[in-house]
Design a protein around this ligand. Structure first.
Ligand code: NAP
Length: 329
């Protein structure tokens, strides 16, 4: 029987999520990869234990994480029953709907029909009475935003979700969503978006300023660019790596020019006394504009390594300039 480490809250840092009452750990664990029915269940369990033992209280899922679709939630439900039930009130669990999930016209998008049914399915698979955060996973220009946001508000009223969030919405769409939610007396808790040294649109396309202005929390996904911003691919494509699976990250995406940049970043990280993964996560968290980095992992040791960053999130002007120069070349 799993027993959580007594000291789990001693080193993790927690920050307020926007202007809400919720504290987020600076590092959260996502279930997009390596938690499906094709993956080793005992390794999944060990990753959840490792994360929770390190003070990671936030676990992020979605209806279609797997493969197969739904299986990451099912595996999470098994882990809840086997190990984590006594800790439910110490955990912040999120799920989402918005991408392709089931066949026919009601298993994708932003309709009330899809979102309501999907949340019910997710709760069953995860063996939960409620989720802490329910996200609309991506904007759906075909559905009136009022319909999508009202569905989110109603989930909160029904007690099936405590808070709501959105993912991959532009700055403009975020403002509109927040306004509709506010009219429905449901604050927009959080926005989830891709942000890392190789993708800075959150900064350059106005989302960063918008979230600050609205008092909405922020969590960045793929902070390691799916593993590119680590030492994983410096010497080719290792067996079992995400690029070797050649699906969401393709071997062809890891070209010589990119590897050369990554080598130079790796060198700079070494000068700071960090691994590249550590430096990449610290870079995301620098300056405290972002609440949380949402990492993925394929084994418990990666989680153990990645939580070491919490003391190293400061960069000198010179270091930031060098990173910009390496990436601009
Ligand atoms: N809202 C959305 O649309 C959306 C989209 C994408 C992701 N997400 C969320 O964000 C989470 C994280 O995304 P992500 O998995 O792409 O994040 P990531 O942290 O950028 O990439 C994780 C991968 O990096 C590698 N890695 C991690 N730590 C490492 C270390 N210390 N040394 C070497 N390699 C390391 C592992 O690759 P290997 O597997 O090769 O070992 C791991 O699977 C997802 O699980 C999901 O919850 C949300």
């Amino acid at each position: 029987m799993y027993k959580a480490r007594e000291e789990r809250y001693e080193s993790m840092k927690y920050v307020r999520c926007g202007r809400s009452g919720i504290l987020l750990p600076r590092i959260a664990l996502g279930f997009w990869h390596n938690f499906g029915s094709v993956d080793n269940f005992e390794n999944q369990r060990a990753m959840v234990h490792q994360a929770f033992d390190q003070g990671i209280t936030h676990f992020d899922l979605a209806n279609n994480y797997g493969p197969a679709y739904g299986s990451a939630e099912e595996n999470f439900g098994r882990i809840m029953d086997l190990d984590m039930r006594p800790y439910r009130d110490e955990m912040l669990i999120s799920t989402k709907a918005g991408h392709d999930m089931w066949r026919g016209p009601y298993g994708d998008g932003g309709s009330r029909k899809y979102l309501m049914a999907s949340l019910d399915q997710s709760l069953q698979r995860m063996r939960l009475d409620y989720v802490d955060i329910f996200y609309h996973h991506r904007p759906d220009p075909e559905t009136p935003l009022e319909e999508t946001m009202e569905a989110l508000s109603d989930m909160v009223r029904q007690g099936k979700a405590l808070y709501v969030g959105i993912s991959k919405y532009s700055a403009e769409q975020t403002k509109k969503a927040a306004e509709i939610l506010a009219r429905n007396h449901t604050p927009l808790l959080i926005h989830q978006f891709r942000y890392n040294m190789l993708d800075r649109r959150y900064e350059t396309e106005g989302l960063k300023d918008t979230l600050k202005e609205l008092g909405v929390g922020s969590i960045s996904f793929s902070p390691l660019a799916q593993g590119i911003l680590t030492d994983r691919y410096l010497h080719g494509i290792p067996e079992g790596s995400r690029a070797a699976r050649n699906h969401f990250l393709k071997e062809k995406d890891i070209g010589a020019a990119l590897v050369e940049k990554v080598e130079r970043l790796n060198h700079l990280a070494g000068e700071r006394g960090q691994t590249l993964a550590e430096m990449a996560l610290c870079w995301n968290l620098r300056g405290d504009h972002l609440n949380t980095v949402l990492i993925g992992a394929s084994r418990p040791e990666q989680i153990e390594n990645n939580v070491k960053i919490l003391e190293g999130t400061d960069f000198s002007e010179e270091e930031l300039k060098r990173i910009d120069e390496i990436l601009a070349e």
